[in-house]
Unconditional design. Sequence first.
Length: 340
Amino acid sequence: MREPIVYMLPKMIKTNKFNELLSQSIEDEGWDVKHFSKKDLRNIRKNDVLHFHWPSFYYKGNNAFSTFIKSILFILMIVYVRLKGAKLFWTVHNIWPHNSGRTWHDYWMRRFLVRNCTKLIVMGKPLIRSVCETFHVKESLIEVIPHGHYQGVYGRTGQNIREMFNIPANDYVFAFFGQVSPYKGVDDLIQAFKDLDWPDAHLLIAGKKAADYDLEASIGQSDRIHTYFNFIQDGEYSDYFEAIDSMILPYKNIATSGSAILALSYGKPVVAPRIGLMEEYLPENCAVLYDPADHNGLEEAMKQIRAKDDEFREGKGFQSMLEKLEWSGIAKRTISLYAI
């Protein structure tokens, strides 16, 4: 009898290294990990693993009709693989899709998946209660396995990002990197930065912008707000992080933030609201957290993070946190779930 195969859904995506790093770390432990495709259904055997990450990709289409068809196929697929004796897991990166939020369709499709999962994986304890209350399941179904770090993952091109945006070498740079979407609060960040009105500070925003998210009026004619509304390529990340002093993530709604962990991986302090798993991943020696209900919270946090610049540059907190996010340990804990 052959060894179980892990079918990752997906094994890798262009815009996030998480799945690739998780899959590689599991392969390093001797397991076979494959990217799942529909043709694999005929090869599914007892004790094989299907590991979901963002299930809406598999049941949502571009219109109502395609969503209906994909949803039916999604349900049939889950029923089929369960009958074959395979195990299902879902890493709950976010309870609801960011773009649509909660809908009745997402609720029922996700609840169906949850009811058929061997285990659910969350990346921090604060999410356990939310998942239990949302999908009406017991805590015993849920396991906590952290998000791994990105230290040493990305190379560099050698381009001087400050020079590219005409930012003086000694000025302070706040940054936002990642998908530029309304739920990430970039408009609030722009306003907070303007209110600070520091002549020797700059704001660098880099990432693919949602098509319907208009920030031009917010930015205005400022020569200290710099934008690059495109994906940062893998080989450019180190260049961009070398150019900044702190990462500002004013999210309005988030569970886990890969951008926060990416900043930790480069030893850059983070400003973020005290929501989701931020408190669990961002201790005070690595970040400044603020109350999202405080109207001046973001601006005050930005003042604090700059005031603590020398302390953060010592870097003592970052390495301690990254040791807890080593991929080898995460792989072992994941495999222990696959084997139950």
